[in-house]
Design a protein around this ligand. Structure first.
Ligand code: SF4
Length: 355
């Protein structure tokens, strides 16, 4: 078996400059080819080694079957506000969603970390579809490169808020964060890892000493309500989750963002705001209020602007840093899991993945 044949099981995207250099040297090529390969993968978006014209033609032909690790755009939708949502087809035929959100100064990508999600949150289209598998490092990095190519613009921010629970795929997510930082060139502070919370996993994340923004999806002001919205919360009392978040702040020196989806009549009442204020008083944190995007699969409704403002005011009176997140791409099923579910409805398929 030749070195080139052995390498056919490798995927190049997600590898660091040092790893690519070692790989080209294993192939009998000089070390500087590693730098060329790195540049073509991350800056020029090469989809095949055949595309990399600076490499010797005979070697390109010999390693042509080594997968770079890029996906194919299966579906793309555009919203009037400029948000673009992509359904990407992976090498095994499964699909994941990615969203590109442009603002005046930024291009933010909302990436998926799993195909589907096992957490089954009651308000989420992805949660309704079940879980298929974790994404690999290259499948996460590819989402960012795909959005950058489509917008012909550098990506400034990445949020792990698409399909999946990132802390269930922590190894690949941490490796993708490092690659997005050192290979793609996005500052760690411009990367956000978001979780609904899993016992012990926040502590584990803290051990990686990342400088990322860390967001916890709270969505409820008490344990009973949280369990109705996030079934996995049954195994993780709210008080224990907040204690682990406090530990995270102590260990990393970074504050925590709390995400709170406002569902009309469910968790957006003044008493919920007061209860939340009591829990977070004195906590080094920031609360993001997210008025809900209604979806076909569930009955929750979006609260009125007046109710959202009233909720925010109660938190502000308790000196809690709070903002209302603008909803982007509402008209194109932009919340996580909704594009795939809409495609499946159109095709007459069940939203649940087939494998
Ligand atoms: S909200 Fe996030 S964690 Fe919950 S089911 Fe959806 S993708 Fe999974």
């Amino acid at each position: 078996m030749t070195a080139a044949t052995r390498a056919t099981t490798e995927v190049l995207l997600g590898k660091s400059l040092a790893e690519l250099t070692a790989w080209v040297q294993q192939q009998g090529q000089p070390a500087y080819r590693g730098k060329q390969l790195h540049q073509w993968l991350y800056d020029k978006g090469a989809r095949s080694l055949c595309d990399i014209t600076v490499l010797p033609q005979t070697w390109r032909a010999a390693v042509a079957s080594v997968p770079v690790g890029r996906s194919r755009i299966h579906l793309k939708t555009l919203a009037p506000d400029g948000t673009r949502k992509f359904l990407l087809q992976l090498a095994d035929g499964l699909t994941v969603e990615t969203v590109g959100i442009p603002t005046e100064r930024r291009l933010t990508v909302c990436v998926s970390s799993q195909v589907g999600c096992p957490m089954a949150c009651d308000f989420c289209a992805t949660g309704k579809g079940g879980f298929t598998r974790n994404l690999q490092v290259h499948e996460i990095v590819d989402q960012v490169l795909t959005v950058a190519e489509d917008f012909q613009q550098r990506v400034s921010n990445v949020v792990f808020m698409g399909m999946g629970e990132p802390l269930l795929n922590l190894h690949a997510v941490v490796a993708a964060v490092r690659s997005l930082n050192s290979d793609v060139g996005i500052g760690q502070r411009s990367l956000t890892i978001s979780t609904v919370g899993l016992p012990g996993r926040i502590n584990e994340l803290a051990t990686h000493r990342l400088q990322v923004t860390f967001a916890v999806s709270l969505h409820a002001s008490n344990q009973y309500l949280r369990e109705q919205l996030i079934p996995s919360a049954r195994h993780y009392p709210l008080a224990a989750l907040l204690d682990e978040c406090r530990d995270y702040v102590r260990k990393t020196g970074r504050r925590v963002s709390f995400e709170y989806i406002l569902l009309s009549g469910t968790n957006d009442l003044p008493e919920h705001a007061s209860e939340l204020a009591d829990r977070l008083r004195g906590f080094q944190s920031h609360v993001n209020l997210i008025p809900y995007n209604p979806i076909a699969e569930v009955d929750y409704q979006r609260p009125s602007k007046k109710r959202v403002r009233a909720f925010k005011a109660i938190l502000e009176q308790a000196n809690i840093a709070v903002s209302i997140r603008a909803s982007r791409g509402l008209d194109t099923d932009a919340a996580c899991g909704q594009l795939r579910a809409a495609r499946d409805r159109t095709l007459g398929l069940d939203a649940r993945p087939t494998r």
